[in-house]
Every structure is written in structure tokens, then in C-alpha cells.
Ligand binder design. Structure first.
Ligand SMILES: [Zn+2]
Length: 239
């Protein structure tokens, strides 16, 4: 293989190596996984809040039940006395009737309040079910994303190893001076070797003089662009 062709190949491997290195950097940042983790934390926060609310409501319902039991007992006591015939004092009877009625009213109010809380409990339980399902799905999603990311990282690392070996092999075949020139150009211009398309240098888009152009097309001699100084490569297979 000619020195020019070797330089051209070297450059493609260098470009591929850079791409893979950038890809590895992106994969190591795990942005996608971080996004899912944020969502997961939000769900967890929601879930904890709703579960706490549910516990509070359940305690409230217990208290209402106890209170209602107590009131029912009080009312029963009053009613028993009221209808026992033992009390004959009208005023006292009226007083007891009012007390029984008040307790009944009070119980009705408490029952309504308790029903509202029970409805809230129903809703909370449904919401918690949905949240738990979503939480589990997100956990699985994270697990999958992590595994996939790990696989990608491994394959990119493998690719980097392969490219580095190729680069090392090709570098051995290139004359030292030329390789130094290539590396200098690479540092300054990013791309050291550029293709000639038509009669233009694709590095700086300037026309190449006909005399140089014919030399480039007919030989593998190393030629530099007069304008940008890059090494010119003419792809014979393409044309
Ligand atoms: Zn040029």
C-alpha cells in the first residue's frame, strides 16, 4: 500500500477512534438513566406521601368508629331510661328526649364525615396501586437501561481497542517524517488528509492547479494543497 493510501487509512481510523471515544464519554454520563431515576424518585415521593395520608385517614376512621360506638351506647342508655316508665317528671323526660335527639344528630354528622374519609381512602388506595405499578415499571426500565448501557460501553471499549491496534499497525508502515507531518497537520487542521473532489481541495474548497491535479490523479506522490497545506488524496476507486 502506498504511503498516501496508508495516511488516508490512518486518518479514517483516527476519526473512528474519536467518534468511539466521544460515544464512550456520553455512555459514561448515563444521562438517560439519570432521567429515569429522577422520575423514579418523584414516584417514590408521591407514594410515600399518599401512604402516609392513607395511614392518617385509617386512624381517623378508627376514631370515628369508637366515637360512634360510644354515642350509640349513651343514646341507648338514655332511651332505655326514657321508655322504662320509671321517669315521670315531664321536664326531665323532655330534657332526655332532647339529649337523645342531639346524640342522633351528632351521630349522623359524624357518619357523614366518616363516609367522606372512607371515600378518600378508596381514592388513595387506587392512586397508590397505580403509583406502585408505575414505580415498578420504572425500576425495571432503569435496570434494563443500565444493562444495555453496560453492554454498549463494553462493545465501544472493544471497538476502541481494535482501532488503537489498527492505528499502531499502520503507523509502523509510515515513514517517520511523513507521520510527524501528518500529526502536525492533524493538530493544526484537525484533518491532515483531504480528498480531492472534482478540481477542489475539500479541506479549504479552493481550486487545485491543473498541473498538480494531474500529478495527484496519476501518482500516489504526497502532494500538499497550496492554500491550506493539507495532504491531498484522490480516491481512484471512487471515480
Ligand atoms: Zn486546501
Amino acid at each position: 500500500m502506498s504511503q498516501l493510501k496508508l495516511l488516508w487509512e490512518l486518518q479514517s481510523y483516527v476519526v473512528e477512534l474519536n467518534d468511539l471515544t466521544n460515544k464512550l464519554e456520553t455512555l459514561n454520563k448515563k444521562e438517560e438513566i439519570k432521567q429515569i431515576e429522577i422520575k423514579l424518585n418523584e414516584k417514590e415521593y408521591d407514594l410515600v406521601n399518599k401512604k402516609t395520608q392513607l395511614e392518617v385517614d385509617e386512624v381517623k376512621i378508627q376514631r370515628y368508629e369508637q366515637k360512634l360506638k360510644q354515642l350509640a351506647f349513651n343514646k341507648e342508655e338514655i332511651d332505655q331510661k326514657l321508655y322504662s316508665g320509671q321517669i315521670t317528671n315531664i321536664k326531665q323526660l323532655e330534657q332526655m328526649e332532647k339529649e337523645s335527639k342531639d346524640i342522633k344528630e351528632n351521630m349522623k354528622n359524624l357518619e357523614n364525615e366518616m363516609l367522606d374519609i372512607m371515600e378518600e381512602v378508596d381514592n388513595l388506595e387506587k392512586e397508590i396501586n397505580i403509583l406502585e405499578k408505575e414505580y415498578n415499571e420504572l425500576s425495571e426500565e432503569i435496570e434494563d437501561a443500565k444493562n444495555k448501557n453496560q453492554e454498549l460501553i463494553s462493545s465501544v471499549k472493544e471497538g476502541i481497542k481494535v482501532k488503537k491496534n489498527k492505528i499502531e499497525e499502520i503507523q509502523k508502515e509510515i515513514d517517520e517524517d511523513l507521520l510527524n507531518k501528518f500529526n502536525q497537520l492533524k493538530q493544526k487542521k484537525r484533518k491532515a488528509v483531504v480528498e480531492v473532489v472534482g478540481d477542489r481541495c475539500t479541506g479549504c474548497h479552493m481550486n487545485i492547479p491543473t498541473s498538480i491535479l494531474s500529478k495527484i490523479k496519476s501518482s500516489d506522490k504526497i502532494m500538499y494543497c497550496d492554500n491550506c497545506g493539507r495532504i491531498l488524496y484522490y480516491n481512484k476507486e471512487k471515480s
